[in-house]
Design a protein around this ligand. Structure first.
Ligand code: ADP
Ligand code: ASP
Ligand code: MG
Length: 412
């Protein structure tokens, strides 16, 4: 039988009633003749609560134990979903990551999926099981420890299963009815896209649009998974939601297709470091080893052989970054006068494949921010995106101003 993957995010399984609602959508696909692999997230708010318990217990926590704790939310929903389906006479059972087993790297809290052997599920499907309910977000390392795939990782679980089982499609059910030009919670003018190019979705996701985890889009690209985002609260048909597809399959094209933001950014500056060959390696090597995800980097011009080095990283990694930098200083690898951490910044980005062939997007972006009197602290660009770091209090205003400036409410 053809296989369909259906993923339900946290708000879509937030309570028993919603689990029931999702189960009905699953039963409908079973009636249509699919064997279904369902991926579930933890109930909304649960993972945040678990993360908070870990951070309160141990600020510089052992990541293996973090994973043991934060993966548990998904176990509850997987079991409840299987029970709900059984009550509806749909043959179903639940699987935790290690039972599949979904094998991952040992990079705890940000593990990568290495393999999903099919044997166990295939055998159960052959015996008449119609729905395999998989706890998303989690796997097992070669060392036999429970791992997680990073926040939002159930999307990646879903796409990886779709690839491994050659599913007809991977449907991501969530609390919005598709991918929009920007987060519809920030501006009412956000427009739902019928289609979006994989490459643009990849940029938007990596720049903060949390509707899909970045790794899930990468996997869909690599394995040519047909990926769709749609609402778990509405009745859907074949044309519902947003199809994340190849660039060639898209008719409309705006130069800029979306605006993304990331609220949880911090800007750190090492004041007065010696400007000598190897200094960047001496700073960013220890940060990488400490697992700090450095994003933007700016080195100022130097005066009398000393310079300031600024970088951005997620707010919740500031303590880790400070620790790594202080240790590097103590060991004599680097020398600086002080570290300044600004945790009140946000990153706002515009994305579009049309930028490859259009000049002037950056100027238009900077003008729109200027018109709102928003100061830019750091800028980075790539072929299809421009990002700026600004004061967090202006983040929503910046997103709205850019959405207006590039007329994203209108289809191209
Ligand atoms: P789930 O729990 O289903 O995984 P998430 O909260 O992770 O859902 O992702 C869905 C949310 O992503 C939406 O509620 C929306 O606020 C946010 N979002 C951010 N950017 C976009 C965008 N461009 N299009 C749609 N939703 C977006
Ligand atoms: N529950 C996990 C999280 O909140 C994974 C997911 O929902 O995708 O990050
Ligand atoms: Mg999500």
């Amino acid at each position: 039988m053809p296989i369909l993957v259906m993923k339900f995010g946290g708000t879509s399984v937030a309570d028993l009633e919603r689990i029931g609602n999702a189960a009905q959508k699953i039963a409908r696909e079973v009636e249509r003749g699919y064997d279904v692999i369902v991926i579930v997230s933890a109930m909304s708010g649960k993972t945040n609560e678990l993360v908070n318990w870990v951070e309160t217990t141990s600020p510089l926590f052992d990541a293996r134990e973090y994973d043991a704790v934060v993966s548990s939310g998904e176990n509850v929903t997987a079991g409840l979903m299987a029970l709900t389906l059984q009550e509806m006479n749909v043959p179903a059972r639940s699987w935790q990551g290690w039972q599949v087993p979904l094998q991952t790297s040992s990079a705890h809290a940000a593990a990568r999926i290495e393999a999903i052997p099919r044997d166990n599920l295939d055998q159960k499907f052959a015996e008449g099981m119609r729905v395999a309910v998989i706890a998303g977000f989690q796997g097992i390392s070669a060392e036999g420890r429970i791992t997680t795939l990073g926040r939002g990782g159930s999307d990646t679980t879903a796409v990886a299963f779709a690839a491994a089982f050659e599913a007809e499609r991977c449907d991501i059910y969530t609390d919005v009815d598709g991918v929009y030009t920007t987060d519809p919670r920030i501006t009412e003018k956000a427009r739902k896209l019928d289609r979006i190019a994989l490459e643009e979705m990849l940029e938007l996701a990596s720049l903060g649009a949390k509707v899909l985890q970045t790794r899930s889009v990468e996997l869909a690209m690599r394995h040519k998974v047909k990926l769709r985002v749609l609402s778990s609260f509405e009745d859907n048909d074949e044309t519902s939601g947003t199809l994340v597809c190849d660039e060639e399959d898209i008719m409309e094209s705006n130069v800029v297709s979306g605006v993304a933001y990331s609220r949880d950014e911090a800007k750190m500056t090492l004041v007065s470091v010696a400007d000598r060959p190897g200094i960047a390696a001496a700073i960013f090597g220890p940060l990488a080893e400490a697992g700090v995800n450095v994003d933007m980097i700016v080195q100022n011009i130097s005066e009398e052989g000393r310079t300031d080095m600024t970088f951005s990283c997620p707010t919740n990694q500031v303590a880790r970054a400070q620790d790594a930098i202080e240790k590097a200083k103590e060991s004599g690898e680097i020398n600086f006068h002080g570290v300044v951490a600004d945790t009140e910044v946000a990153k706002v980005s515009v994305v579009g494949i049309g930028m490859r062939s259009h000049a002037g997007v950056a100027a238009q972006m900077f003008q729109a921010l200027r018109d709102e009197n928003i100061n830019i602290k750091v800028i980075t660009t790539s072929e299809i995106k421009i990002s700026v770091l600004i004061d967090r209090k202006y983040m929503e205003l910046a997103v709205q101003a850019l959405h207006d400036a590039f007329e994203l409410e209108k289809a191209g």
